[in-house]
Design a protein around this ligand. Structure first.
Ligand code: ADP
Length: 483
């Protein structure tokens, strides 16, 4: 299965200080589409995490001292190499993660776009001069890299979640250590190989792969040489890691869970809303933190919307992501399937109507049928949990204020979406939604030029955009006196 991928991109051990660290203990990486073994990967732990942090700390001074144009050039080269290998990286990603190959290609391009974006932003790390209160003084503000950055990333975007963080960190002049999810180490290691080929100096970008997330996480959040920790994953784990960072007063970025409302008002373009919903809900088989999680539809268009959606969902093709026409791949593991299945069953037991799907798909052990539920209520478990599966739960509402109140009635605040053609409503609703990102007549909102991040318990910090360097730099104020 890995045959169509060049050997140089198939790495099976941690990349620390520019070296591959083979170890006797291994953990298995399996294809979620068929449970076949893909690779045995060297199982690094706390000791290797410690080495990586040390290496990053040693490399930091030299990297930070490089002219911004030089860091930019190296990031550009990395970007180009990733794009050159887009097809192979996408195949590797689909094999270990399961998403359809076309989506995997999209993710590689999306991840690469952050390398390109921050290669450009690296050159624009501007400071300020501020009018001083007296003529014999000057106030100068500079931005300096925070230092060693560590990160832990999830399996749902095995390439892009690393690229998005590493690109900003390296552009700012920080060195970087990442622990990818145990399920998807191969994409992370392939990215390291290309960083190496691009000429990123040893110790500047390190990848520690291992099965003991807790042990590695303890080092990455608590080591005295770590200045900043960046996490993308579940809110429960994020809270734990945030506590671990507190003792050392580490700078922290948290991209946590979401519970995105997708609101369809009476005046919406229903066909556009269906297209937006399919993209937002079913991408990656529903396993993204910005996936539509609660679909709120106004009474006047509720039935028409449900009918159209049912037709669209029936046409979705379930299957192994490597099959050219598959649109819905497997869920990441057996636990994920069980969780989704339980949520649907409990919704039905609580009175929701099952219009389509509702059980495992015959495509394989970890596939779940695209599912449509109607008459879901806010008090059901499925409305409160992050579903992370191809399940669309529809809820009815009457007024604009009802929709806003329902949408905001969650502890999460990552993405929200709504469809309306009334310009007044567009501004009113956008203003009142308590979410970090709002898609208006749009189901796909993430790109390198825009700030990605959440409010409330979805976390803090922003990735991408002109603001993306802020999390990786400190302001330093210089006061020149006696002039
Ligand atoms: P998901 O539901 O996406 O798997 P998790 O929060 O469980 O979300 O996982 C995201 C990342 O956090 C993964 O890399 C995982 O290995 C890591 N992780 C999970 N638990 C811990 C922990 N206790 N300490 C450190 N890292 C953890």
């Amino acid at each position: 299965m890995l045959q169509q991928i060049a050997d140089e991109l198939i790495k099976t051990s941690s990349y620390i200080n520019g070296r591959w660290c083979d170890m006797p203990a291994k953990f298995a990486v399996v294809n979620p589409a068929n449970q076949q073994l893909l690779a045995q990967v060297s199982d690094a732990g706390a000791a290797e995490a410690e080495q990586a942090v040390q290496a990053a700390s040693t490399a930091f001074a030299g990297w930070a001292a490089l002219p911004a144009a030089k860091r930019s050039e190296l990031l550009q080269r990395w970007y180009q190499l990733v794009l050159q290998h887009q097809d192979e990286l996408a195949r590797l990603l689909t094999l270990e993660q399961g998403k359809p190959l076309s989506e995997a290609k999209g993710e590689i391009a999306y991840g690469a776009s952050y390398l390109q974006w921050f290669a450009e932003e690296a050159k624009r790390l501007y400071g300020d001069t501020i009018p001083a209160p007296a003529n014999d003084k000057r106030i100068i503000v500079q931005r300096q890299p925070v230092g060693v950055v560590t990160a832990i990333t999830p399996w749902n975007f095995p390439n892009a979640m690393i690229a998005r963080k590493a690109a900003a960190a390296l552009a700012a002049g920080c060195s970087f250590v990442v622990k990818p999810a145990q399920q998807t180490p191969l994409s992370a290691l392939a990215l390291a190989e290309l960083a190496d080929q691009a000429g990123i100096p040893p110790g500047v970008f390190n990848v520690v792969v291992g099965s003991d997330a807790k042990a590695i996480g303890a080092v990455l959040t608590q080591h005295p040489l770590v200045a900043k920790f960046s996490f993308t994953g579940s809110t429960a784990v994020g809270k734990q890691l945030l506590k671990q960072c507190a003792d050392g007063v580490k700078r922290v970025t948290m991209e946590l869970g979401g519970n995105a409302p997708f609101i369809v008002f009476d005046d919406a373009d229903l066909d556009a809303a269906i297209q937006g919903l399919l993209a937002s809900k079913f991408r990656n088989a529903g396993q993204t933190c910005v996936c539509a999680n609660r679909i709120l539809v106004q009474r006047g268009v509720y039935q028409a919307f449900a009918d159209k959606l049912a037709i669209a969902i029936t046409q979705l093709k379930v299957g192994d992501g490597l099959n050219g026409d598959s649109q819905i791949g497997p869920l990441i593991d057996a636990n994920a399937l069980e969780k989704v299945s339980n949520l649907v069953q409990s919704a039905v037991a609580d009175g929701a109507r099952l219009l389509l799907g509702g059980k495992a798909d015959s495509a394989g052990k970890q596939f779940y049928q695209p599912t449509l539920l109607c008459d879901v209520r806010a008090d059901m478990a499925i409305s409160r949990a992050e579903i992370f599966g191809p399940v669309a739960p529809l809820m009815m509402f009457d007024t604009e204020q009802d929709a806003i109140a329902l949408a905001n009635s969650t502890e999460y605040g990552l993405a929200a979406y709504f469809y309306s053609r009334d310009i007044g409503r567009v501004f009113r609703v956008a203003q009142q939604l308590q979410f970090g990102m709002v898609g208006i007549n749009e189901g796909i909102i993430s790109n390198a030029a825009a700030p990605f991040g959440g409010v409330k318990q979805s976390g803090f910090g922003r990735e991408g955009s002109q603001y993306g360097l802020d999390d990786y730099t400190e302001l330093k104020y210089l006061c020149l006196g006696g002039l």
